[in-house]
Write a protein of this length. Structure first.
Lengths: 363, 318
């Protein structure tokens, strides 16, 4: 067996495992919840495509159709978006600590949501807050990209990241000032920042789906080029790659996905870093594997984390942002120790040493 | 019916008189430096009052009071000390004649407070060490934290009466409030009351019966669906939507009409919520969320609103 077919075989197996895990996570998300619904009923409901099968109460069917199913779908979309955006950012910024919020998306979304809560029409908060967060995330990244690009002698990735830090700090300061002026909004903004899947419905699915599909498809198309740009701007340029254009495309796509994720779920940290790195450690560093597997495992990870969020202290809930780090961090450390830091992380860390560490994550 | 109600009121009054008379707690109004019973015209100063920040000695009748707590503001005006209040914080919006200023109770600015040259500052919970900072400037500061029970809320009114020279008015107010509470409690059917869900915000944060507001519902015999989620302590659990639908409460009380723009209509539009008994039978009650977050005299109005809703729900069920 030639090495090439061996790699392809491993990638294929990983892909099959990823799909299987996603299906299992989705089923678990539908089967388990604060309200006990028998497994047989859930499967019969699935097989009857939304009709209420006999022997099942209207209420159970309602809970599955209107609450659990959209929530599982949104968790999957958000997890996939954050993981794939994080993976793409780590490539184009050559920074292992890059996450989807690197260029001011989180700070922009936070400011947008705060403005909507404090000054928006009181009757329409369900609609205005996600929209404002979505726009805020795009404005934040837009500012960072514009400023980073136009800096004198712009040095590509580094100046973008630095501009992102500055923009994030500035937007966070404005947000804090507004919150202090309108202290009655503090609680609502805080709840939103901790992440909210508890009120998810089909509205959120339709809000997130188009952006996520567009962004994931775009990143999928350029997945091979990410391996090239990771070598270095000059080297990639000499191989005929338009580095600036590729970076812009990745920033656009990742921002779109991140903005959609933030709009429906609030700020959920950590997913964008640990999912891509875990995949690199387990199956190697090529983006032909990392990108599609990030979609599959990112979705599965967040579906399972949300499952914990709504069952551990049922019938109460735990903010999902708390669990991603609480479960994710120890899991990641285990993977890191088992693999002995191989699988591309070392090289990545070395090539990133010229870049500033952690970007402007808004707290 | 009218006769029965009169009997209940009388019974309630008698109960409240008994509970006043048999109050074994060392009453600061009596143990204070004032000594003996204060005359109706003038309370003799100095007095010592009990705040969350310990025993506070007040040398003279305060004439320049700054209140940084909406509850204390309501208390002060209700006991006739409103004339002595020169400034209240930006959240103190009741009664309307309260002198609302830019001062913040959440992020208090000691210089701005001192600028009013107050002789007494009343405040509730705040993150820093406001009391000590004011004491350093020679300003008497009285901290009255959020009350955990009705008794503590009533005690705070009496402490404010002592602190401002309105002991009699404060005692009369508390006696009235007790009588109304006893009346409402006596009128409630305690056996298998209707169930309810209390909504703090639009992400389904609620309160258990351990909280101040939760106790009010318990008093009139309502069954709190959030108590099942109270194991973790805290008293303010975030409930799962599917649990609320399964619990199928008879009543829903909204304390998020202002913060989050929620109304009985928006609740009915939530996925799956239209089948909840409270939504289907018009049992969604929009509360004044300011009153629901304070522990001042208007808490009795809130209790009345809750008791009325409970009676309506019981009548519907019957």
């Amino acid at each position: 067996v030639s090495p090439r077919t061996a790699v392809a075989g491993r990638r294929g197996r990983a892909f099959v495992v990823g799909v299987a895990v996603l299906i299992a996570a989705t089923l678990a998300g539908l089967l388990v919840g604060p309200v006990r619904i028998g497994a047989a009923n859930v499967f019969r409901w699935l097989l009857s495509f939304g009709q209420t099968p006999s022997g099942m109460s209207e209420q159970e069917a309602l809970i599955l159709a209107e609450l659990r199913l959209p929530r599982v779908i949104v968790a999957g979309l958000v997890g996939a978006s954050l993981a794939v955006s994080g993976a793409a950012y780590q490539a184009v910024f050559r920074n292992p600590l890059a996450d989807p919020y690197l260029l001011g998306a989180a700070a922009g979304a936070g400011l947008g949501a705060t403005i909507a809560v404090a000054y928006g029409p009181t009757g329409a908060i369900d609609v205005t807050v996600p929209m404002a967060a979505f726009l805020g995330a795009l404005v934040g990244v837009g500012l960072a990209y514009g400023l980073g690009r136009s800096s004198v002698g712009g040095r590509g990735a580094t100046s973008l990241v630095l501009a992102g830090v500055a923009v994030a700090s500035f937007l966070t300061a404005v947000q804090t000032f507004l919150q202090q002026q309108r202290s009655e909004t503090l609680r609502q903004v805080y709840t939103w920042i901790l992440g909210r899947l508890g009120t998810t419905g089909w509205d959120d699915v339709w809000l997130a789906l188009p952006s996520v599909v567009l962004a994931v498809t775009s990143l999928w198309v350029v997945r091979r080029l990410l391996d090239v740009i990771e070598v270095g701007d000059v080297e990639a340029q000499s191989l005929g790659l338009n580095v600036t254009r590729l970076r812009l495309l990745v920033v656009l796509a990742a921002s779109l996905a991140t903005a959609a994720a933030v709009a429906v779920a609030g700020l959920i940290g950590f997913v964008g870093i640990i999912v891509p790195h875990t995949i690199r450690l387990l199956v190697g560093g090529s983006y032909r594997s990392v990108l599609p597997l990030s979609v599959l495992f990112g979705a599965s990870f967040l579906i399972l984390v949300d499952l914990l969020a709504r069952t551990v202290v049922a019938p109460a809930e735990i903010p999902i942002g708390v669990i991603t780090a609480l479960v994710g961090a120890p899991f990641f450390v285990v993977v890191l120790r088992r693999s002995g830091g191989s699988g591309g992380l070392k090289e990545r860390a070395r090539s990133a040493s010229g870049n500033p560490p952690e970007g402007g994550r808004a707290a | 019916m009218g006769r029965r109600r009169t009997v209940l009121v009388t019974f309630g009054l008698a109960l409240s008189l008994v509970s006043c008379g048999s109050d074994d707690d060392p009453d600061p109004a009596v143990t204070a430096d004032a000594g003996g019973s204060p005359s109706p015209e003038a309370v003799r100063f100095p007095v010592t009052v009990e705040g969350t920040n310990g025993s506070i000695r007040i040398e003279q009748r305060p004439e320049r009071i700054v209140s940084l707590s909406p509850t204390a503001t309501e208390d002060l005006f209700a006991i006739g000390a409103g004339d002595q209040v020169i400034a209240v914080d930006d959240q103190s919006d009741f009664p309307p004649e309260a002198p609302t200023t830019e001062l913040s109770g959440f992020e208090p600015n000691v210089e701005a407070i001192a600028g009013y040259e107050p002789d007494l500052v009343v405040f509730a919970t705040e993150p820093g060490d406001l009391g000590a900072s004011l004491e350093e400037l020679g300003i008497t500061a009285l901290q009255l934290d959020a009350a955990p029970t009705l008794e503590v809320a009533f005690d705070q009114i009496e402490q404010l009466g002592l602190a401002t020279g309105h002991v009699e008015e404060a005692e009369a107010l508390v006696a009235d409030l007790r009588a109304e509470v006893d009346d409402l409690v006596a009128g409630a059917d305690r056996s298998a009351g209707p169930s309810f869900y209390f909504e703090l915000d639009d992400t389904y944060y609620s309160v258990t019966s351990k909280t101040f507001i939760g106790q009010l519902f318990e008093l009139v015999g309502l069954e709190n669906i959030a108590d099942a989620a109270g194991k973790g302590g805290g008293g303010y659990p975030q409930l799962s939507a599917e649990y609320i639908i399964e619990a199928d409460p008879d009543l829903i009380f909204l304390a998020d009409t202002e913060c989050c723009g929620q109304t009985p209509e928006t609740v009915a539009e939530r996925p799956g919520w239209d089948r909840i008994t409270a939504v289907a039978d018009g049992g969604v009650v929009a509360l004044d969320e300011d009153v629901a977050q304070r522990w001042g005299p208007r808490v009795v109005d809130l209790l009345n609103e809750i008791a009325t809703a409970a009676q309506t729900a019981e009548a519907d069920a019957a």
